[in-house]
Design a protein around this ligand. Structure first.
Ligand code: PMT
Length: 223
């Protein structure tokens, strides 16, 4: 048995992709499998936290002992997360939320024609940025960043702009890291420090992220 260092804490984790409907049979989405977010939820539960997991559509079963809320679109994820957030001590946003959605969802299936098809996209709200702006002083807010280049500068920019305590920067170009694999290689960027982690299983990565979260909770309790 590991440490029960999150006992008494309420932790909200997001996982998986979102799906943005185009018509009754088609959608825009991404390759997130939910593995990273589910690993975080299970590790936090094992370390004593009361865990709520908001997940987009994934093939993973509900983990034992965790309150799971299943959503489909970015709008549904925003409603669930922003509704739960005020009661949480820790929020970790590992979901790959779609940045854009079709401007309208056609009620009938779009027919194939000889011409191409132009899709108008509009921006989804940035849930993490909204959480950052409403963050209470005792809350620890952790974001993820999936980057293919300029990892550290992009991570530092998102940390600052979204008012986060920690950002987990993911290199998504390696074959063993990022979307839909069992392992991950991340760099943890805080306000004062940068911790590159080696290639690890997503379970081990989750525990290393939670180690930082426990330290941050301790620092906030002293202030
Ligand atoms: O699910 P797996 O297959 O295990 O893969 C894990 C992962 C690669 C999806 C995960 O480790 C990861 O990197 N998740 C973040 C993916 C992402 O959307 O990154 P981003 O740089 O586009 O977004 C930055 C942050 O803003 C993220 O915390 C994201 O949840 C959040 N965001 C983004 C857009 C939006 N509209 N609302 C948000 O809250």
């Amino acid at each position: 048995l590991g440490p029960a260092d999150l006992k008494g804490k309420s932790v909200l984790i997001t996982a998986g992709p979102t799906r943005e409907p185009i018509d009754p049979v088609r959608f825009l989405s991404n390759r997130s499998s939910g593995k990273m977010g589910f690993a975080l939820a299970q590790a936090a539960q094992r370390r004593g936290a009361a865990v709520t997991l908001v997940t987009g559509p994934v093939a993973l079963a509900d983990p034992w002992g965790i309150d799971v809320i299943r959503v489909t679109t970015a709008e549904e994820m925003a409603a669930a997360v922003l509704g739960q957030a005020p009661a949480m001590d820790v929020i970790i946003k590992s979901a790959a939320v779609a940045d854009f959605r079709p401007a309208s969802c056609q009620s009938l299936k779009i027919k194939k024609t000889n011409q191409g098809l132009r899709l108008d996209l509009i921006k989804n709200r940035d849930i993490l940025a909204e959480l950052g702006h409403r963050r209470q002083p005792h809350q620890v807010l952790v974001g993820f960043a999936a980057e293919s280049h300029d990892h550290l500068s992009e991570g530092q920019r998102k940390l600052r702009e979204k008012n986060l305590d920690l950002i987990v920067v993911n290199d998504i170009l390696g074959s063993e890291t990022g979307f839909d694999v069992a392992t991950n290689q991340v760099t943890l960027i805080g306000r004062k420090e940068i911790h590159p982690l080696p290639l690890l299983s997503k379970e081990a990565t989750a525990d290393r992220i939670l180690d930082r979260v426990v330290t941050l909770l301790g620092e906030k309790a002293i202030k």
